[in-house]
Design a protein. Structure first.
Length: 143
């Protein structure tokens, strides 16, 4: 399975504890989506939104670790969703990511959780502008 991580499991320490055999493959984005904070506690999900994109890291996850990822994501309120991710060269991949299926009311982002997301984004080399935006979600009261 190719797993698109954009939330807390993008943090390499957390990912290796959850799915030790997951292997980083490349960074990519989900076109026509944006981050939304609809999960209680200010946790992120992706929602369809034309003109926006969400960046993340793609990992190859063996079957032995996929259940652990599903459980960790479910604990945070996300369910599996098949998506098309696009890498920097424009190649498209079928991936599994996890989203809030009942996304409705937005909550203020959790700054502690977003610190984890930023650590992962920096570690995997996501675009600088995206990382700065993630930092703003966690610490900018104007958002």
């Amino acid at each position: 399975m190719l797993y698109f991580a954009y939330a807390g499991l993008m943090d390499p320490t957390r990912l290796s504890a959850t799915a030790p055999k997951a292997e980083f493959r490349f960074i990519a984005h989900l076109p026509e989506t944006r981050l939304a904070f609809t999960i209680d506690g200010g946790l992120p999900t992706v929602v369809a939104d034309p003109g926006h994109t969400v960046w993340g890291a793609v990992f190859e996850v063996p079957a032995a670790d996929s259940a652990a990822i599903a459980a960790a994501e479910a604990e945070e309120g996300r369910a599996p969703s098949e998506q098309r991710a696009v890498d920097r060269e424009g190649n498209k991949y079928d991936v599994v990511t996890y989203v809030d299926l009942d996304a409705s009311d937005e909550h203020p982002p959790s700054s502690e959780y977003m610190d984890e997301v930023v650590r992962g984004a920096r570690h995997w080399g996501l675009p600088t502008g995206w990382v700065v935006g993630l930092e703003d979600y966690g610490h900018d009261l104007l958002i």
